[in-house]
Design a protein around this ligand. Structure first.
Ligand SMILES: Cc1cc2nc3c(=O)[nH]c(=O)nc-3n(C[C@H](O)[C@H](O)[C@H](O)COP(=O)(O)O)c2cc1C
Length: 290
């Protein structure tokens, strides 16, 4: 800094032994001319500091609201896929018709010691203590690992289970699709399928959200007589004259890869590696077999 420039700072010590410093006080710096490099840098730094404090404060304060909205959105999706959603009605109230239960996927038994409200399946899938690695030859949904437990949602009518709502996820073309498949109480016939999160291309893979396509799932069967998941999104249109059409849904035009992803994620989650043991228990209980 030149000697001339230093004398532009008002209230600076005038002693010839002390070099004037621009860092002596914010007031001094603000009184510098607007084209001063020091003033420009200090003002920019201050602005950054103020903005980052504002953004961090907003992020921290809004977090509880975001979590609440996320939870409400998930509940709305569950209600929608089960046909229980009523626009304008309180979601928490409507959700009282749904009973969440945590299931041990290996045994297929309810894990009553885990409270559904405190269990986050997506977090658990990332936790080495609470997840299982999926060997690549079995990882048809391309998810690499999954939680040992899963939350299922039961819709009951006079204490009898009417629908099972099962969370499913797997890779499409660009993204992991997260959704719910709803089965009737035979634990085989599909009532509905709905994805609540994905990043497939709108108009192509994004057509998984198209209500017209989603209605095609109703009444389709998951398992053949041997208990193997046969459900499938075909390429093109289903030939309803063929016996296997009961397991098949029309493909999404121009989105064969997303369609294939949907087939694979359903087959994975409904296989013995996913909800298979649980659904087998359910069927055994219904028929009285052990
Ligand atoms: C910009 C762009 C976005 C695409 N998005 C998807 C998509 O979301 N899902 C999908 O399966 N295919 C998507 N495709 C097409 C795939 O690359 C591939 O061509 C298609 O899955 C083949 O399906 P088809 O045999 O039915 O044409 C996209 C292609 C382009 C150029």
């Amino acid at each position: 800094m030149s000697e001339n420039e230093s004398y532009e700072i008002p209230n600076m010590p005038t002693s010839s032994h002390r070099k004037p410093s621009p860092f002596l006080g914010i007031g001094n710096i603000l009184r510098l001319p607007n084209d001063s490099t020091v003033k420009t840098i200090v003002v920019a730094l201050l602005l950054c500091l103020v903005c980052s404090v504002l953004v961090s404060t907003a992020a921290v304060m809004l977090k509880p609201f975001q979590l609440k909205n996320k939870s409400l959105d998930k509940k709305r999706n569950i209600l929608q896929v089960a046909g229980l959603y009523r626009a304008g009605r309180n979601i928490e109230q409507l959700f009282q018709q749904v009973e969440p239960k945590v299931v041990n996927l290996a045994t297929g038994e309810y894990a009553n010691e885990i409270l559904p409200g405190e269990f986050d399946q997506r977090q658990a899938a990332k936790d080495p203590l609470r997840n299982v690695h999926i060997p690549s030859d079995r990882d048809i949904a391309h998810i690499k690992q999954r939680a040992k437990y899963a939350t299922v949602y039961l819709v009951k009518e006079q204490e009898e289970i009417k629908y099972f709502i099962l969370p499913v996820h797997g890779y499409g073309l660009w993204s992991t699709l997260y959704g719910f498949v709803v089965l009737h109480n035979d634990a085989n016939t599909v009532y509905g399928l709905q994805f609540y999160e994905h990043a497939e291309t709108p108009g192509l893979g994004g057509e998984v959200d198209n209500p017209a396509w989603r209605t095609k799932w109703s009444g389709k069967m998951i398992y053949d007589t041997k208990g193997t998941p046969r459900i499938e999104v075909v390429r093109g249109t289903v030939d309803s004259g063929k016996a296997e059409s009961v397991y098949q849904v029309d493909g999404l035009a121009g989105a064969t890869l997303t369609s294939r992803g949907v087939t694979h994620l359903l087959r994975y989650w409904l296989s013995q590696d996913g909800f298979g043991p649980y659904l087998q228990n359910v069927r055994n209980q219904a028929t009285g077999t052990s």
